[in-house]
Design a protein around this ligand. Structure first.
Ligand code: BES
Ligand code: MN
Ligand code: MN
Length: 460
C-alpha cells in the first residue's frame, strides 16, 4: 500500500493543488460561485474513484456533496465527514505566496515539503486523503466496509444548515461509525488521536452612547464613551486569576481527576517550546492549569474583534456613537452552548453602566464532544496509526470545535472518531497555512489501513 501511495504522489498532489486553487470561502457571498465549483469538483472526484449515488444536495446555505460505496449490506458502514469550505485568507499581505496559488516548499518541520495554500490542512488536504484512501481500496478490491461520504461547505461558518440535511437524510446516512480528519497530531514522531473537541458560543455586542459621533473637545469628559465603556465591560469578564466572570459559566463543567490530568500533562509541550513557537515571552491563562489544559479541557472567553470610532489615516478627534466586539467562548463537555450564550447575554446586559445601551446577538455555536472510550473504531484507528508511524498514538483532547460532531450523535445516534494528521504549526486560519506532504501521504495510508482493522474488529 505504502509503495502504491508513493508511486502516485505526484498525481495526488496535482489533484489536491487543483482543489486548493478554488477559493471556496464560505463566509463571503462574493465566493458563492467558487463554492459551487468546489462542490462540483468533489462530486467529480467521488464519481471518479467509483462511488455510487453521488449527488450535490442544495441546502438553505452552501451545498452538501454525498457519495457512497456499498459493497455488502451486512458489512460495517463508515461515514466520512469533511468540509470543502475554507476560512477567508486575510490579511493577504502576510502571505508569502498567494493563498489560492498553491506552492510546495520545504520547512524545518516539513523537510520533505509542505503545500502552502488556504485550506491545505483545514480541511481540503485532510478531506482529500479519505477520497484517495477509498480509491486505493476500491482499485485493489480490498474495500471491506461500506463507505458513505458527506462533504459540506459551511463548516467554517458554523454548519448551520447541515443539521437539517442530516435530519432529512437520517436513513441514508445510517452508519456504524463516523470518521473525520479535521484535527491534528502532536508531531510526526508522536502521533495522537483526538478524543475531545471543545464547544463554541459566538457572540456579538454593540454599545451605543450618544445618537451621533461627537467632537471630543466639545463633549469629551461629559458622556460615557462607548469604546471606553466596552473596554471596561470586556475587561470585567475575567477575574485576576483569568477565570471567566460570568455567573454560572462554570456550573456545568465536569472537573477532571488529578490523576487524569497528570497523565494528560505527560504530553504537554515544554513551555519554552510553546512560547517560542508563537513568539511570546510568557503564556497567560487560568490559574492552576497548564497550557495544555487551558487549551483543551477548560472553557475560555476571547474577544475576536473590536471596532468603532475612527480607524482611518492620521487622527480625528471624535467620541464615537457606537462600539462593537465579537466575542467567542470555547466550551467543554456538559456545557450547553445555548445556555452559555444566554448566560453571556444576561450578564453583559446586567453590567451595562449608566449612559449607554447594550445589544447582544448570538452568531452560532456548538457543543463539545468526547469520543467514546474503548470503541472498536478507536482501536482500529490506533492500530492503523501504530503501523504507519511506528508508535502507538496517544489520546489527546483538542481545543477547536467541529459543531456537527455532537449533532451527528444526537440525530444519527452515531459516534465519531477523529483521525487528524495536521500539526499546530500548520497555521490553519492564519496566513501561510500549509500541510506536510508526509502528513498527507501517511494520512492516506493510515486511513486505508483503518478500514481493514475496523472490519476485522467488528467481525470478532
Ligand atoms: N478543523 C477545525 C477545528 C479543529 C482544528 C479542531 C484543529 C481541532 C484541532 C474547524 O475547521 C474549525 O476551524 N472550526 C471552528 C468552528 C466553526 C464554528 C467556525 C473553530 O474551531 O473555530
Ligand atoms: Mn476544519
Ligand atoms: Mn477551520
Amino acid at each position: 500500500m505504502k509503495n502504491q501511495i508513493l508511486s502516485q504522489k505526484k498525481e495526488y498532489l496535482d489533484q489536491l493543488i487543483e482543489l486548493l486553487k478554488i477559493p471556496s470561502i464560505s463566509a463571503d457571498p462574493k465566493y458563492d460561485q467558487a463554492i459551487k465549483k468546489t462542490a462540483h469538483w468533489v462530486e467529480k472526484a467521488l464519481i471518479n474513484i467509483g462511488c455510487d449515488n453521488v449527488k450535490i444536495y442544495q441546502t438553505a446555505g452552501h451545498p452538501v456533496v454525498y457519495g457512497e460505496k456499498i459493497i455488502n449490506k451486512n458489512a460495517p458502514t463508515v461515514l466520512v465527514y469533511g468540509h470543502y469550505d475554507v476560512q477567508p485568507p486575510d490579511p493577504l499581505e502576510l502571505w508569502k505566496s498567494p493563498p489560492f496559488e498553491p506552492v510546495i516548499k520545504e520547512t524545518s518541520i516539513h523537510p520533505n515539503g509542505a503545500i502552502f495554500a488556504r485550506g491545505a490542512c483545514d480541511d481540503k488536504g485532510q478531506m482529500f486523503m479519505h477520497i484517495k484512501a477509498v480509491e486505493l481500496l476500491i482499485k485493489n478490491n480490498t474495500l471491506d466496509c461500506n463507505v458513505k461520504f458527506i462533504i459540506e461547505g459551511e463548516e467554517e461558518v458554523g454548519s448551520d444548515n447541515l443539521e437539517q440535511f442530516i435530519t432529512d437524510h437520517k436513513n441514508k446516512l445510517k452508519s456504524d461509525i463516523i470518521i473525520i480528519s479535521d484535527t491534528g497530531i502532536h508531531s510526526m514522531d508522536k502521533p495522537a488521536i483526538t478524543t475531545g473537541l471543545r464547544g463554541l458560543s459566538y457572540m456579538e455586542v454593540t454599545v451605543t452612547g450618544p445618537n451621533r459621533d461627537l467632537h471630543s473637545g466639545l463633549y469629551g469628559g461629559t458622556v460615557a464613551n462607548p469604546i471606553n465603556t466596552l473596554c471596561e465591560m470586556i475587561a470585567s469578564l475575567h477575574d485576576q486569576n483569568k477565570k471567566v466572570n460570568i455567573p454560572g459559566f462554570y456550573e456545568k463543567v465536569i472537573e477532571i481527576s488529578k490523576s487524569q490530568r497528570q497523565k494528560m500533562n505527560t504530553n504537554n509541550t515544554p513551555e519554552e517550546e510553546f512560547q517560542k513557537s508563537i513568539a511570546i515571552s510568557a503564556s497567560v491563562g487560568e490559574k492552576e492549569y497548564t497550557t495544555l489544559e487551558r487549551k483543551s479541557i477548560r472553557p475560555t472567553l476571547d474577544v475576536n474583534g473590536i471596532w468603532g470610532g475612527y480607524i482611518g489615516e492620521g487622527a480625528k478627534t471624535v467620541i464615537p456613537s457606537k462600539a462593537h466586539a465579537k466575542i467567542s467562548m470555547r466550551l467543554v463537555p456538559n456545557q450547553s452552548w445555548e445556555e452559555i450564550s444566554e448566560l453571556f447575554e444576561k450578564h453583559f446586559k446586567d453590567i451595562t453602566p449608566k449612559g449607554v445601551s447594550v445589544q447582544v446577538t448570538t452568531h452560532h455555536g456548538g457543543d463539545a464532544y468526547l469520543t467514546p472510550d474503548g470503541h472498536k473504531a478507536y482501536k482500529a484507528a490506533e492500530m492503523a496509526y501504530h503501523e504507519v508511524f511506528g508508535v502507538v498514538p496517544h489520546a489527546k483532547r483538542d481545543g477547536g470545535s467541529i459543531p456537527i460532531v455532537p449533532m451527528f450523535e444526537k440525530i444519527l445516534g452515531c459516534k465519531t472518531i477523529l483521525m487528524g494528521f495536521g500539526l499546530d504549526s500548520d497555521a490553519i486560519h492564519s496566513p501561510n497555512e500549509h500541510y506536510g506532504i508526509d502528513n498527507f501521504l501517511r494520512g492516506i495510508e493510515t486511513i486505508s489501513l483503518f478500514y481493514g482493522h475496523f472490519y476485522k474488529l467488528e467481525n470478532t
